[in-house]
Design a protein. Structure first.
Length: 255
């Protein structure tokens, strides 16, 4: 592909294609968007990148503020930036486990994920997914994780396993790689209640579903569910730049 305009892509032979999957769910505003192009050019004339070690930059701070404003009544108010969806998930898992270690609950390092999910291609993220093509050969290198098919499976877990669990991860409302499998209505709310009962953190992977793809800015808002960790990427930059964000609750940040 050598050129893009709106929903259209043009290849090196001059053939045109409709970018029906938004270049794997990233180009939510279309290709060659004038406003985005101008904003990037303007920033390049100032500075392209600065270290975040001991410093800040206004664009990152502004973006973090805009993201947390989508949850004004909740304490999902801290943002960690990284570069892709897999890393956003890895950061959430690392924080969830580190929280346990810093709060005297170090034995809770286990994770629960839903079968046929997709959470990225890095070693840890791939082990969370239940799609064999992505993680079978790396199974022994990944996180300690149990896979469940649905809420019935989750509810049947033995308490001894639950008590060693740090977090549950799910793609809310719909699993993208699993043939767009839609979860039952109110399942996310039921999952949030289960996590609260058992003191398990809820990680929502909205790398695919975020930024309006399901009709609300974030899929979790359709059931008024706030996670402990929210993983974002893809549509965050409209497909222009590699960027991801992991939003986290204030209580976890302060630990």
């Amino acid at each position: 592909m050598v050129e893009g305009e709106g929903v259209w892509l043009t290849d090196s032979e001059g053939r045109k294609y409709i970018d029906a999957n938004a270049s794997i769910w990233t180009n939510i505003h279309g290709h060659n968007h004038g406003v985005i192009n101008d904003a990037i050019r303007d920033q390049l004339d100032k500075v392209a990148h600065t270290s975040y070690l001991g410093f800040a930059n206004p664009r990152a701070s502004e973006l973090a503020q805009r993201l947390v404003e989508f949850f004004p009544d909740d304490d999902l108010q801290r943002v960690f930036f990284s570069d892709n969806g897999s890393t956003a998930v890895e950061c959430a898992v690392k924080m969830a486990v580190q929280y346990r270690m810093q709060t005297g609950d170090a034995e809770r390092t286990h994770l629960i994920a839903f079968d046929q999910g997709y959470h990225g291609d890095t070693m840890g993220a791939a082990s969370l997914g239940g799609v064999g093509e992505f993680f079978d050969r790396f199974r022994k290198f990944g996180y300690p994780v149990s896979h469940v098919r649905d809420m019935a499976d989750l509810l049947s877990l033995d308490l001894s396993e639950i008590n060693k669990t740090a977090a549950v991860i799910i793609e809310p409302l719909v699993q993208g790689v699993n043939q767009m499998h839609v979860w039952p209505k109110n399942m996310l709310l039921e999952l949030r209640q289960w996590c609260d009962r058992h003191g398990v953190h809820l990680i929502l992977d909205e790398v695919m579903t975020g930024f309006g793809r399901t009709g609300t800015m974030f899929a979790c808002q359709q059931e008024n569910v706030t996670p402990d960790f929210l993983c974002l990427a893809k549509g965050l930059t409209g497909g222009y730049l590699p960027l991801a964000a992991t939003l986290v609750r204030e209580e976890i940040y302060q630990a």
